[in-house]
Each structure stands twice: as C-alpha cells, then as structure tokens.
Design a protein around this ligand. Structure first.
Ligand code: ADP
Ligand code: MG
Length: 298
C-alpha cells in the first residue's frame, strides 16, 4: 500500500496570493478527489507534488521518497497529466507515446512497442493509433494524456481537472478508465465538478483559498450535514427575498423554476422540506458561491 503524505505545505506567489496555506493530507491507494472552485490552489498543489515548482515550506513524501528534496526519484514513479495538455504536435498517437516513452527512459525498441500497444488498447485508441492527435476530440486527447501518464509503471498518478471540457459520453468513458487505473496505485484527481468526486472517489478533500476545508469520505461528509438541508421550489422573482432571509447553499433550475437548498439547523417551516444531502450540498455548505466559507463542519 503506497502512501502520499503532505505536511504543512505552503506557497505564496510573488504577487502575494497565498495559493497553499498549510496543507496537510494523507493519501493512500485508490482515487482521491481534490475538489475546489477555480483559484482554490489545486493546480499549485499538483505542480508542487510533480516537482514542477517549489513550495515555500513544508514536506511531502511518497513512501520512502522525499518529494521536495529528491525530484529525480519522484519523477521515476510519477505519471502526470497537467491541466493544460493541449499542445499537440502533428504526429500520430502511437508516435507521440513512443516519443514520451523514450523521454521516460524506455530505450528498448521492442519493450516500447509492446508497452504502447498495451496502453493504446487500455485507453481504447488502438484503432486510431495511426491518426494525428491534433484531430482528436477532447475525450480522445485526455485518453492519450492518461496513456502517457501510465508509461513507466507509476506509483503516483496526478491528473489535474481531466474531465473539464468533455461531453457526457466522453466523461463517462474517462471515468471508467480512471476507476480501472486507480485500483493499484494512488490517483490524485483534481476537479471543480462535484459529480466527478461522487462517482469516482472513496476519499476526498475540499480546497478553498489555499486551505483544506474538509477531508474524509464523501459518504461521511453527507452524513455530517444530514438533517440540515432543506429544499423548496420558488418563483424566480422571489429569489432575492430568499437570499436575504436564508442561507442558500444551492439553487438550480428544474423545469424552468428555481429549486433552492438552504442550510438550517431548525425546521424553517414556510413550505421547506428536509432533503437527503448530496455531495453538492456538502461542497456548497463549505464553499458559498461568493467564495466565503459557510459552515466549517470538519
Ligand atoms: P486552481 O487550480 O484550484 O484553479 P491555482 O493553483 O491555479 O488554482 O491558483 C491558485 C491561486 O494562485 C489563484 O489565485 C491564482 O490566480 C494564483 N496563481 C496561480 N499561479 C500563479 C502564478 N504563477 N503567479 C501568481 N499567482 C498565481
Ligand atoms: Mg487548476
């Protein structure tokens, strides 16, 4: 069982933005979801763990490897899919993977060929292996991205917002691939999409303004707020009134009318019904759309 351990990790950019504010996390095998709105600090954390940028203070270890002190050891066991993996040369999927395998030090031609055929099958792109990656759909590009991250048998795989921009079918296929990959290694997945975490992850953390505001399992998170989430369908013109009178944790349109979820420890009456909390309620009970932290239920 591999273990990634992050202790007191902090980073302030030169413009004064505190992107990591004393991060502490213990992560074991399986899919770990790092959920947070844009600007939370997810990519900064992931680039730091991938040794692409330095932290100001703190430590991070993967089993016996001291990540921040020994980047070359870490790189040998790391697979990384950055948030912006968008620049593709005009070469085929097979050529691209072959090129990256060479960069990762797999020098035997035959070994490379077998590995790449295996990976192309795994990510379901074998039939397209002679097609230019530039012409691939978003989902196909992300699958090439996962294939390259898997080269070299990594123990830690970091994928930064891999489902952003995928259509529902592509996203579904990508979820299945991640679940398959995540069985034997640590997969650290960042996302701002709540459903990515509820569908895939047994453990998660919610990040906001550089801090971890929740860590635990999605199920425990929902248990903790059970009884405090209330729902009502209202008229669009009433929305402002409700915003003033209640702590709204989410609002969405259902058949053209707003359905609001509010946070209340007591029965708010007034036509609200208590609902079973979902992970979106968890997310918005920690992070209000305005960015403020509402209820620090840790
Ligand atoms: P996320 O991936 O969760 O959207 P980021 O790690 O990209 O968050 O950014 C966290 C915060 O740090 C944001 O406020 C962002 O504007 C800021 N930031 C990110 N990269 C830099 C940089 N190179 N220089 C200055 N500020 C940065
Ligand atoms: Mg990011």
């Amino acid at each position: 069982m591999a273990k990634l351990s992050i202790q007191q990790l902090s980073k302030t950019y030169s413009n004064g933005v505190k992107a990591l504010d004393n991060i502490n996390l213990e992560i074991e095998n399986g899919l770990f979801g790092l959920l947070g709105p844009n600007g939370a600090g997810k990519s900064t954390l992931m680039r730091t763990l991938a040794c692409l940028q330095e932290a100001d203070s703190g430590t991070a270890t993967l089993d016996e490897i001291n990540i921040l002190q020994d980047p070359s050891s870490l790189r040998k066991v790391l697979g990384y899919l950055p948030q912006e993996f968008g620049v593709y040369p005009r070469i085929t999927a097979q050529q691209l993977l072959d090129h990256i395998a060479i960069l990762k030090g797999i020098s035997q031609r035959k070994e490379r060929k077998e590995l790449i055929e295996y990976l192309l099958h795994k990510v379901n792109l074998y039939e397209k292996r002679h097609k230019s990656v530039k012409g691939f759909s978003g989902g196909m590009k992300q699958r090439v991205g996962i294939a390259q991250a898997l080269i070299g048998n990594p123990r830690l795989i970091i994928v930064d917002e891999p489902t952003a921009g995928l259509d529902p079918g592509e996203r579904n296929r990508f979820h299945n691939l991640l679940a398959d990959v995540g069985q034997n290694v640590i997969v650290l997945l960042s996302t701002h999409i709540v459903a990515d975490v509820s569908e895939l992850c047994t453990e998660m953390a919610i990040m906001n303004h550089g801090s971890i505001v929740y860590k635990g399992s999605p199920i425990t998170a929902m248990d903790k707020i059970r009884g405090m989430v209330w729902q009502k369908t209202i008229e669009r013109s009433e929305l402002e009134h409700y915003q003033n009178d209640y702590v709204i944790i989410s609002e969405k349109m259902v058949a053209g009318r707003p359905v609001i979820h509010i946070w209340s420890e007591n029965d708010p009456a007034n036509g609200f019904t208590r609902v079973e909390p979902n992970l979106e309620d968890v997310f918005f009970s920690h992070i209000h759309p305005t960015g403020t932290t509402l209820n620090p239920v840790n």
